[in-house]
Design a protein around this ligand. Structure first.
Ligand SMILES: Nc1nc2c(c(=O)[nH]1)N[C@H]1C(S)=C(S)[C@@H](COP(=O)(O)OP(=O)(O)OC[C@H]3O[C@@H](n4cnc5c(=O)[nH]c(N)nc54)[C@H](O)[C@@H]3O)O[C@H]1N2
Ligand SMILES: Nc1nc2c(c(=O)[nH]1)N[C@H]1C(S)=C(S)[C@@H](COP(=O)(O)OP(=O)(O)OC[C@H]3O[C@@H](n4cnc5c(=O)[nH]c(N)nc54)[C@H](O)[C@@H]3O)O[C@H]1N2
Ligand code: SF4
Ligand SMILES: [Mo]
Length: 745
C-alpha cells in the first residue's frame, strides 16, 4: 500500500483524533476551512513566497479559497509584474504529496501516519531524553529563510529559551551569512542600505556574482526601467543571461574577485578618483587600506583575474566619482572561501567613491529567500532578536526584560554553525536534529557528509509541507506544515520591506502553520508561558516590534498587519512617535514613504558613527584544479522556473515545461570537442567526493576549463567541496575541482 492509500485509510479510521485544544479551536491552529478575516468571494493582496524580491500578488478567492492570482499593479516592488514562479505560486499547494498528517517511523522501518498527540509526545520524549542523557549540546535545529518572521521568532524562543537547545542554525548560513557579517563589521549593523528604486536611478550598475535575469527577474525589470541609459556591468566567470543583456561583461577567473576589487581600489587611489571629503567625514581605516592595496598593481591583477590591465583601467574609470554608481552582489560573492572580505571590498569601493546614501548608489547585497532578512534579524540563531548579540550582557538583559524571562537562561554564545552541527552529528556529540523548511539532503554542500550524519542520528525530525522531500525520507518523524498561502505572517525582502503572507487557502488534512506547531510543542514541553500574549502571529509581531525598539531596525511605528497591507509593505526602520502620551501616540515618527534608502545622513551604526574599512590578503582556492581533476565546477540557479530543490516548482506542469527535463552541465566547445562530447550526450562529472550524471550542454557560456551545473539537480552537491569562509562559515558552493567524461553506459 503506498503512503497515499495509508493516509486515506488513516483519515477514515481516526478522523477527529486531534489534540483536545485543536478540536476546540480549529481556527486558532490554522485548521479552519475558510480563511480568517477575508470575504469568501473577494480579491486580496499579499507577497509572493519564493524569492526575496517580495513581489505583491493579488489573490482571487471563490468560496473562501484562492482560485487564481495576478501580479499587483499597485505594489511598489513589482508594479504589476511577476516571474513564472509567482504566477504559478498556488499550484504547489495542491500537490498529491503534501504532508497532511504527522508520520512516524515504526518498528518495520516505514513511515506511518499518527495523530498530532502521539507525534508531539514522541517529539518531546525523544528530545528530552537526548538532552537528559547526553547534555544540552546533544540536540540541534536547522531552520530556514522561507517562513514568516513570527515563525522564526517563535522557533527561536521555543528552542533556545524553552527547550534549552544550545545549537541551532538555518539555511541562511548557505546564503546570507557572508553579507550579514560583512555589513555588521563594516557598518556596525546588518543593514542593506538600498531601495529597488536605486536600480532605476543609477548611471552605472555593477553586478558581482549575481544573475538577476534568472534569480531575481523582477529586480532585473526594475533595471530595465532605468531611463538614464546606464552602463550595466556584470562580473561573473560565466556568460550568464544577465551578462548577455548587460553593456559590459568581465569574465574573471573564478574566485579572483577579491584580487580584482583590491586592484580596482589601487587604480582609484592612484588616479585620485576618490571622494576625500566622504572618507574623512564618514569612515575609519582608509589609510591602512591604502597601504594594503599598494601591492595590487593592475598588471599583476589583470593577469590573475584573466581580465588584463586595459580592462581593469576601463572598469576603474567607470567607478570614478561624478556618476551614480551602485554595486550589487549575490552568491558569486557570498558563497566563497573569502566571501566576507570580498563583500567588504565592494563596500570599500562604494565608501571610497562616496557612493552611499544617495539615489542610485550603494553597496548592495541582494538576498535570496523570501524572508532571509527576517531570519537575519529575529531567528535567535546567530544573534538575539532585533540584531542583538548573545555575547553582550546588556543585550541579554534587554531581551529577557521585554520577554519577561530570566536573563540567566539566555546563553552567552550563539552556538555552532551549520557545518559544525553536521560535524557534531558525525562525531557522535549531537544525537537529535530538527529540520524545518529546508532540504539539506539535497542542498547541503558535501552530501556524503550529510547522509552519514543522517544515518547516525538517533532522532531526525523534518517539518515540511511535503512528506517525501529527500530529507523527509530520512526522518524518524515528519511534521506536516501549512505553507505560503495557508498561514499569515510578515516577511522582509531585500530592500528591508516588510510584506504580508495571508491565509487564502486551507492547509491539507491536519497540516498546521509552523507557528502553531511551535506553540503546540511548547505546550507539550511545558514551556508555553514563553508565548504568553502571543496566541497569534500578529501578537508575536507586536512583541517583535517591542524588541526592535531603539535598534537600527526599529519598527515600533508599525502598529498592525493592516498598516503593512495598506501601505504596500513598509521598509524598516519605522520608529514610533517618541512621546507615548502625546498627540502622535501609536503613529510612526515620520511619514511613510514608498521607497527609502539608509545612510542618507552619512551616519553608520558603529559607536563613532563611521563605516570601517575591512580587508585582508586574498587566500588560495581551497580545492584548485589538478591534472586528475582539471575542471573548475561552478554551480547556481538554472532557470527562473526552478526553485532550489524543486519540491515546490517541480509540482507545476507549467513550470516543468520551462526548464530542462534532465540535469545539465555546461561545457565549453573546445573542451567538448577534445573529449568528444556533443550537446545532449550523457556525461559523468566526478569530484574527489562523488559523481553526478547529466546531459552536456556545449556552449561558450563557460570558459575553457570550467563547467556549470544548476543546483536544482540532487546530484550536484555530491560533487561540491566543503570549504567555508572563516568569518561567516558560509559554504563555498561555487568552486570545486572535477573531471568530466562521456558516460560509457
Ligand atoms: N529562479 C530562482 N530564483 C532564485 C532562487 C532559485 O532557486 N531559483 N534562489 C534564490 C536564492 S535563495 C538566492 S541565494 C539567489 C541567488 O541568486 P544569484 O546569486 O544571482 O544566483 P546563482 O546562480 O547562485 O549565482 C550567481 C552567479 O555567481 C556566479 N559565480 C560563480 N563563481 C563566481 C566567482 O568566483 N565570482 C563571481 N563574480 N561570480 C561567480 C555564477 O556563475 C552565477 O552566475 O536567488 C534567489 N532566486
Ligand atoms: N550546489 C549548490 N548548492 C546550493 C546553492 C548553490 O548555489 N549551489 N545555494 C544554496 C542556497 S543560497 C540556498 S538558500 C539553499 C536552499 O536550500 P533548501 O533550503 O534546502 O531548498 P528548498 O528547496 O527551498 O527547501 C525548502 C524546504 O522547505 C519546504 N517548505 C516550503 N515552505 C514551507 C513552510 O512554510 N513550512 C515548512 N515547514 N516547510 C516549507 C519545502 O518543501 C522544502 O522542502 O541551497 C544552497 N545549496
Ligand atoms: S521575482 Fe521572486 S517574488 Fe517576484 S514573482 Fe518571481 S519568485 Fe515571486
Ligand atoms: Mo539562498
Amino acid at each position: 500500500m503506498d503512503l497515499k492509500d495509508r493516509f486515506a485509510g488513516f483519515m477514515r479510521q481516526r478522523t477527529g483524533k486531534l489534540t483536545h485544544e485543536m478540536v476546540l479551536s480549529p481556527g486558532r491552529f490554522g485548521l479552519g476551512k475558510t480563511p480568517e478575516r477575508l470575504q469568501p468571494d473577494s480579491t486580496t493582496s499579499m507577497v509572493c513566497g519564493f524569492c526575496s524580491t517580495g513581489c505583491g500578488l493579488k489573490i482571487h478567492l471563490k468560496d473562501g479559497k484562492a482560485v487564481n492570482l495576478t501580479p499587483d499593479p499597485e505594489y511598489p516592488v513589482n508594479l504589476g509584474m511577476a516571474c513564472p514562479k509567482g504566477w504559478e505560486a498556488l499550484t504547489p499547494l495542491k500537490a498529491d504529496d503534501r504532508a497532511a498528517l504527522p508520520l512516524l517511523r515504526g518498528p518495520d522501518g516505514a513511515l506511518a501516519p499518527v495523530d498530532w498527540d502521539q507525534a508531539l509526545r514522541v517529539f518531546t520524549d525523544k528530545f528530552k531524553s537526548v538532552l537528559a542523557f547526553h547534555g544540552k549540546e546533544a540536540a540541534a535545529f536547522l531552520s530556514t529563510g522561507q517562513i514568516p518572521t513570527e515563525e522564526m521568532f517563535a522557533l527561536g524562543l521555543l528552542a533556545k529559551f524553552g527547550m534549552g537547545l544550545v545549537h541551532g542554525d538555518a539555511n541562511t548560513r548557505q546564503c546570507m551569512a557572508t553579507s550579514h557579517v560583512a555589513y555588521k563589521q563594516s557598518f556596525g549593523f546588518d543593514a542593506p542600505p538600498f531601495s529597488y528604486k536605486d536600480f532605476e536611478e543609477s548611471d552605472v550598475i555593477v553586478f558581482f556574482g549575481a544573475n538577476p535575469c534568472i534569480a531575481h527577474p523582477i529586480m532585473w525589470e526594475r533595471v530595465m526601467m532605468n531611463k538614464r541609459n546606464p552602463e550595466i556591468i556584470v562580473v561573473d566567470p560565466r556568460q550568464t543571461e544577465t551578462a548577455l543583456a548587460a553593456t559590459r561583461h568581465y569574465p574573471l577567473q573564478p574566485k579572483s574577485d577579491l584580487t580584482l576589487l583590491y586592484g580596482l581600489a589601487h587604480i582609484l587611489i592612484r588616479e585620485g578618483w576618490i571622494d576625500r571629503d566622504y572618507l574623512e567625514a564618514h569612515t575609519t581605516g582608509f589609510e591602512e587600506f591604502r597601504e594594503h592595496v599598494k601591492t595590487f598593481d593592475p598588471a599583476a591583477v589583470g593577469r590573475i583575474t584573466g581580465l588584463g590591465e586595459a580592462r581593469m583601467m576601463e572598469f576603474a574609470e567607470s567607478l570614478r566619482p561624478g556618476k551614480r554608481v551602485s554595486l550589487w552582489w549575490t552568491m558569486g560573492v557570498n558563497q566563497s572561501h573569502e566571501g566576507v572580505r570580498t563583500a567588504q571590498a565592494i563596500i570599500n569601493l562604494a565608501l571610497m567613491t562616496g557612493n552611499m546614501g544617495k539615489p542610485g548608489t550603494g553597496a548592495n547585497s541582494i538576498t535570496g529567500q523570501v524572508n532571509a532578512m527576517g531570519s537575519r534579524l529575529f531567528s535567535n540563531t546567530t544573534g538575539l532578536p532585533g540584531g542583538r548579540e548573545f555575547k553582550d550582557p546588556k543585550h541579554r538583559e534587554e531581551v529577557a526584560g521585554i520577554l519577561g524571562i530570566d536573563a540567566g537562561i539566555i546563553q552567552d554564545k550563539p552556538g555552532l554553525a551549520y557545518d559544525q552541527i553536521i560535524e557534531g552529528v558525525n562525531a557522535g556529540r549531537i544525537k537529535a536534529l530538527w529540520v524545518i523548511a529546508t532540504n539539506p539532503a539535497h542542498s547541503w554542500v558535501d552530501q556524503e557528509d550529510f547522509r552519514r550524519a543522517a544515518a547516525k542520528l538517533e532522532f531526525l525530525v523534518v517539518q515540511d509541507m511535503y512528506h517525501d522531500t529527500d530529507t523527509a525520507k530520512l526522518a524518524h518523524l515528519v511534521l506536516p506544515s501549512a505553507a505560503w498561502g495557508e498561514k499569515e505572517g510578515v516577511v522582509i525582502n531585500s530592500e528591508r520591506r516588510m510584506g504580508l503572507f495571508k491565509k487564502v487557502h486551507p492547509a491539507p488534512g491536519q497540516a498546521l502553520a509552523d507557528f502553531y506547531i511551535f506553540k503546540l510543542i511548547a505546550k507539550y514541553w511545558g514551556c508555553e508561558s514563553l508565548f504568553k500574549d502571543m496566541d497569534t502571529p500578529e501578537q508575536a509581531f507586536r512583541m517583535m516590534a517591542r524588541l526592535s525598539a531603539g535598534r537600527p531596525c526599529d519598527f515600533t511605528g508599525i502598529t498592525d498587519y493592516r498598516m503593512i497591507d495598506r501601505e504596500g509593505g513598509i521598509q524598516w526602520p519605522l520608529p514610533a512617535s517618541p512621546d507615548p502620551e502625546g498627540p502622535g501616540a501609536g503613529t510612526p515618527a515620520r511619514p511613510i514613504v514608498r521607497e527609502r534608502r539608509l545612510f542618507e545622513d552619512g551616519r553608520y551604526y558603529h559607536p563613532d558613527g563611521k563605516a570601517k574599512f575591512k580587508f585582508s590578503p586574498p587566500q588560495p582556492i581551497p580545492e584548485p584544479v589538478t591534472s586528475e581533476f582539471p575542471f573548475a565546477l561552478l554551480t547556481g540557479r538554472g532557470s527562473s522556473a526552478q526553485w532550489h530543490t524543486n519540491t515546490r516548482t517541480g509540482k507545476s506542469a507549467v513550470l516543468r515545461k520551462l526548464y530542462p527535463a534532465d540535469s545539465l552541465v555546461e561545457i565549453h566547445p573546445e573542451d567538448a570537442s577534445r573529449l568528444k562530447i556533443a550537446s545532449g550526450d550523457w556525461v559523468l562529472v566526478r569530484s574527489r567526493r562523488g559523481q553526478a550524471r547529466a546531459r552536456a550542454s556545449v556552449a561558450s557560456t563557460v570558459q575553457p576549463g570550467q563547467l556549470f551545473m544548476p543546483m536544482h539537480d540532487v546530484e550536484v552537491n555530491r560533487l561540491t567541496f566543503p570549504s567555508f569562509d572563516p568569518h561567516s562559515r558560509q559554504p563555498s558552493y561555487k568552486h570545486c575541482a572535477v573531471r568530466v567524461e562521456k558516460d560509457p553506459s
